[in-house]
Design a binder for this molecule. Structure first.
Ligand SMILES: C[S@@+](CC[C@H](N)C(=O)[O-])C[C@H]1O[C@@H](n2cnc3c(N)ncnc32)[C@H](O)[C@@H]1O
Length: 261
């Protein structure tokens, strides 16, 4: 049921590896959590953040929801898994009665969801009055680079309309405040922090993460650019860019938190 453009058997591992889940949970959820809170992670991937919530608040009731049953299952494969409950569903049709959860969050989900307003309204619907909705997403992803080599620039310019056609918005971060207001949330706070910031040659771990991401994105790049050769060229130019001491690339991450009336 997933229309996710990074669909690949390696994606669950990539997602879990690229974030410090306990650190993210501490920084972005501590202020809204209580020990026995009912929590919903929307677009949870393999559930690495939901795992970290349970680790920090073992008495919480946590549901990890994703559109991909395979990715959810990949996170549940540990022997004797007593992690979060896993639920496969679309973010715009959450299978819960209104007011079920104390805290509902989505990290790096909404950029992929064409109907992102409907998804945020669903998140607000399943949150109880006084409960919190936390939205975290990027702004300027794959947009802000210096000095951008001309050939890479023109390939990126050809990729952006295809991303858009696939429902992906690289500037989702700046829309979260509006989406939260339109969903009726109150007491909204906004935080912005750098993300994907690389100044100078990327270190080996960062480069390996991009290499895998570009590899997983290769079928999409092929469709967007019209040939495997062009897809390979775009990936190779981007890796060259990451290997350059002159490189500066970044985007920012918005965190928008609001309360349900
Ligand atoms: C970039 S990953 C983020 C995973 C995790 N939240 C994190 O921050 O690491 C996006 C996830 O959203 C899921 N997803 C995309 N569109 C969805 C939709 N409409 N409904 C539910 N899940 C969706 C994908 O399957 C994928 O696992």
């Amino acid at each position: 049921m997933s229309e996710y453009l990074m669909e690949d058997a390696r994606e669950a591992g990539r997602l879990a590896e690229k974030v410090d889940a306990p650190g993210w949970v501490r920084a972005h959820l501590s202020h809204v959590m209580s020990p026995r809170a009912a929590v919903l992670d929307v677009g949870a991937g393999p559930g690495h953040l939901a795992d970290a919530v349970l680790c920090r608040w073992p008495q919480a009731h946590v549901v990890a929801l994703d559109g991909s049953a395979e990715r959810l299952a990949a996170g549940a494969s540990r022997p004797g898994d007593s992690g979060p409950r896993r639920c496969c569903a679309h973010a715009c049709h959450l299978p819960f009665v209104s007011g079920t959860f104390d805290v509902v969050y989505a990290r790096l989900l909404l950029q992929y969801v064409a109907q992102r307003g409907a998804a945020v309204r669903e998140m607000a619907r399943v949150t109880r009055p006084g409960g919190a909705v936390v939205l975290f997403d990027l702004d300027g992803q794959l947009m802000w680079h210096d000095p951008l080599p001309a050939e890479l620039g023109s390939l990126l310019a050809r990729i952006r309309p295809a991303l858009s056609a696939a429902g992906f918005d690289p500037n989702t971060g700046r829309s979260l405040y509006r989406l939260a207001r339109e969903a009726g949330l109150r007491g909204i706070t906004v935080r912005v922090e750098p993300y994907h910031l690389i100044a100078g040659r990327a270190d080996a771990a960062e480069r390996a993460r991009w290499e895998l991401k570009l590899d997983i994105a290769r079928p999409f790049l092929h469709r967007a650019l019209g040939s495997q050769a062009a897809a390979d060229r775009a990936a190779s130019l981007f890796l060259d860019f990451l290997d350059d001491e002159n490189t500066l690339t970044y985007c920012v991450a918005f965190t928008v938190t609001g309360l349900c009336p």
